[in-house]
Every structure is written in C-alpha cells, then in structure tokens.
Design a protein around this ligand. Structure first.
Ligand code: GLN
Length: 205
C-alpha cells in the first residue's frame, strides 16, 4: 500500500522537505507520495507529517485560521508520526520561553512534554553548523545546521533524548513524535528523512 507523506505548508522550509522526503522514498524503494498540507482535508489523507522550520509564531497562528491546528493535534494524538524541525519542534512542545525576551504567548500543539527555549543559541547571525550524532536511531554522524535554533532545557517522563550539543538537548523522540533543533532538509544527507519514512511505514503497517 502506498505511503502518503506530507509537509505542513504554511510557512518555512516546505520545498526542501518535500524534496528530501521524495529522495528518501526513492532510496528506500518505498512506494509513496509527498504532498503539501494546508487544510484539514489534505491532512486527513496523510500517514506521516513534517512540520518544517520557519517561524513558529506565524505557522501556529496561520494554522489556527482554518482549524488545522486542532485537527493536527488530534491526528498526532491518535498516533500519526510527525517530525518537527526547529520551529516545528517549538509548535509540538508544551512549554516555551525565549532566551532573550522570556515568556511568550504563542499557539502550541502541547503534545511533546518538553520545556523549550527559543533562540537558545542566539539570533540569526549566530547561526552555525556542527557535527552531531543521533546514535540511538542509527545516525552516528550528521551535519547539524542551526538557524536561530531552540534547545530543550527539560524533558518529561518517557521522552527519549536523541542528541545533545554543548550540553544542550537538541533532538528528542516520544513514540510517534520526533523533534529536532537543526535543519536536516538543508543538507544533502537524507538519513534523518529516511529514518522518518521508515518509522511512518512501520507504524502504518
Ligand atoms: N527561532 C525560530 C522560531 O522561534 C525557529 C527558527 C527556525 O525554524 N530555523 O520560530
């Protein structure tokens, strides 16, 4: 049966993730489609979704307009695999603070029991790349691209820490939900996208 993968297409790194997912399907020789998701109807046909990096406040607010955010929360709670990248991980989280301005009020999915710090490594000009590892999911070496990246200051029970950088938590997983602070879609390495496609395939069957 064909796998229906989606990328939330409100704002941010949409196209890059669509291309990476298509490459991952090809590399794994899995029959599937990748579509952009903007409406509850489009979301209803999806087996696994990437929430891309971008601007979390914008993505959250615009996703509320047509009721997408509410349906998205329901689908994830029912077990749909989701990969939240940077702003996407911010949206998935329960508690958010900004390193510079402190408490902020923004729409959140409130799904991943993590305490998150926005702009944890500084502003845009402090963006950087560094080698990181995600050993527990079979990715020992990966080029992490951090752009106004968040980090996780605390995790709730059963949230698995997948990676740390400079003592800060930068990737987590709980069952069907993965969050990463860096941008895998901006590298040519599709190993994390492949991991997500495999996870979606396994949980679907
Ligand atoms: N700092 C951004 C936010 O808070 C996220 C940056 C990103 O996705 N690259 O939404």
């Amino acid at each position: 049966m064909s796998l229906n993968l989606g990328v939330l297409s409100i704002q941010g790194d949409v196209l890059e993730n669509i291309l990476s997912l298509k490459s991952a399907l090809d590399a794994l020789d899995i029959d599937g489609t990748v579509t952009s998701v903007k409406t509850p109807d489009e979301l209803s046909k999806i087996d696994g979704l990437i929430i891309p990096g971008g601007e979390s406040t914008t993505i959250g607010q615009l996703s509320m307009v047509n009721g997408l955010l509410k349906i998205l929360k329901e689908k994830i709670e029912q077990g749909m695999p989701v990969l939240g990248i940077c702003a996407g991980m911010i949206l998935l989280s329960k508690t958010v603070q900004d390193k510079v301005v402190g408490k902020i009020n923004q729409p959140l999915l409130n799904i991943l029991d993590i305490k998150l710090e926005r702009n944890s490594f500084g502003r845009q000009r402090e963006s950087f790349e560094s080698n990181i590892s995600l050993n527990s999911i079979g990715i020992p070496s990966f080029n992490g691209i951090f752009i106004r990246a968040p980090s996780i200051s605390d995790v709730g029970s059963n949230v698995e820490i997948l990676s740390k950088f400079n003592e800060k938590i930068i990737a987590v997983k709980k069952n069907n939900v993965i969050g990463v602070a860096f941008h895998p879609e901006l590298t040519s390495d599709i190993s994390l996208h492949k991991y997500f496609v495999n996870l979606t395939n396994t949980l679907k069957n």
